[in-house]
Design a protein around this ligand. Structure first.
Ligand code: NAD
Length: 351
């Protein structure tokens, strides 16, 4: 009898045979080389692997696909756990020759391009932000066609929305007039992704991340960085001065949910995906005052003060909450963490 074994992660199959014997025992025979080559078929390149999201995403992908099958790349040194668990390449995403060489060398089949300049830093260096965010994506899309890449992941952001966008339950499709260079680059990037999918058949997938909160690596210069710093200062100093005003409510997500959302989107069947620009995804929305109250449940003496700076203007143009019903319908997206469960985990883990 021949049985077909399906690998639901890679959506491929391997055949094996069972020989029944007269003494009611049976022998299973699997061609191990065929099995391992099929089960470990994809090689992933993750550009921006030393960043806040990239470093944790690298580790999750290595857990799922094996360390050797996930090549981390960046212009910055990676975390020790990234170096120790698999290959690392120095790669400037703007250097197409080096990029092409790495795709060839590792026989890459999937790319996650996480390299970008974020909102707050982008306002200080607008030309550099535009060049990195746009040319980095262009290079990824064009090289993918040349090198036959099967799937690409590229993150967008809630920064694609602007002051004219409805602020509550911001829909998947709505008015988008971003007013930061970062938001403009992400919106143009979304249009590029959809164009390359529809006109060139590139299987590119994307999420509009809200502010991402984590404790493993430093945030990279975004407007929601306060929501990471506040936990470190609460633990170390018992007080924090917020650069956003106390009632500025923004959509946020805990890192384990963000990287799980990313991998779940990438593992979804292509024909289930109705959005090829970028999906809205949501988990929670809170203000500095709300996160401070959540911390006070664990550290009653915690004190917060407010000194809004230039980032307040950026935050004021962003949505307060996001409607992610399309992601929930298309690929069953569901967050696991809310504000209080995230606070408990953050305070347990930050040093
Ligand atoms: P980050 O700044 O922490 O990491 C970006 C990484 O890209 C860094 O390690 C940096 O060294 C690397 N990089 C910069 N220039 C490069 C180049 N020329 N070539 C190769 N690598 C380069 O950012 P992050 O927070 O991890 O964000 C990752 C992605 O997610 C970005 O596209 C960002 O826009 C998006 N995003 C992040 C958030 C968030 O809250 N962190 C929210 C929305 C969207």
């Amino acid at each position: 009898m021949t049985i077909i074994l399906e690998n639901p992660v890679r959506r491929n199959t391997v055949k094996f045979s069972i020989l029944f014997r007269r003494d009611n025992l049976f022998r299973i025979s699997i061609n191990l080389s065929e099995y391992s080559s099929i089960m470990a078929k994809d090689t992933i390149l993750l550009v921006g692997a030393s960043g806040q999201i990239g470093s944790e995403l690298t580790m999750l992908l290595r857990e799922r696909f094996g360390g050797a099958n996930v090549v981390a790349a960046d212009i910055k040194s990676p975390l020790p756990e990234v170096v120790e668990s698999g290959p690392f390449e120095y790669l400037n995403v703007l250097d197409t020759a080096n990029y092409a060489g790495i795709l060839e060398k590792h026989k890459v089949t999937q790319i996650y391009n996480m390299a970008a300049m974020l909102s707050a830093t982008g306002e200080k260096y607008p030309l550099k932000a535009w060049e990195l965010n746009m040319d980095g994506l262009f290079n990824t899309l064009e090289l993918s066609i040349i090198h036959g890449i099967k799937k690409i992941y590229w993150p967008s952001s809630i920064a694609v929305f602007g002051p004219t966008t409805p602020v509550q339950d911001t829909p998947q499709t709505t008015i988008m007039e971003p007013n930061t260079i970062y938001g403009i680059s992400k919106q143009a990037g979304e249009r590029l992704c959809e164009w390359y999918n529809q006109k060139k058949g590139v299987d590119v997938r994307s999420l509009r991340y809200p502010g991402i909160i984590s404790y493993k690596s430093e945030p990279g210069g975004g407007t929601t960085d306060y929501a990471v710093d506040i936990y470190f200062k609460a633990k170390r100093e018992g007080k924090y001065t917020s650069f956003l005003d106390k009632e500025t409510c923004l959509p946020m997500m805990y890192m384990p949910d963000a990287i799980r959302a990313t991998v779940e989107l990438m593992e979804s069947p292509a024909d289930a995906l109705s959005i090829r620009s970028s999906y809205n995804v949501a988990a929670m929305s809170f203000s500095p005052e709300m996160v401070s109250n959540s911390i006070k449940k664990q550290i009653p003496d915690f004190e917060i003060s407010y000194e809004p700076d230039y980032r307040q203007k950026i935050a004021d143009a962003w949505p307060q909450s996001i409607d992610d019903s399309t992601a929930r319908t298309d690929w069953n997206w569901k967050p696991h963490y809310d504000l209080d469960s995230m606070t408990l985990d953050m305070l347990k883990n930050v040093k």
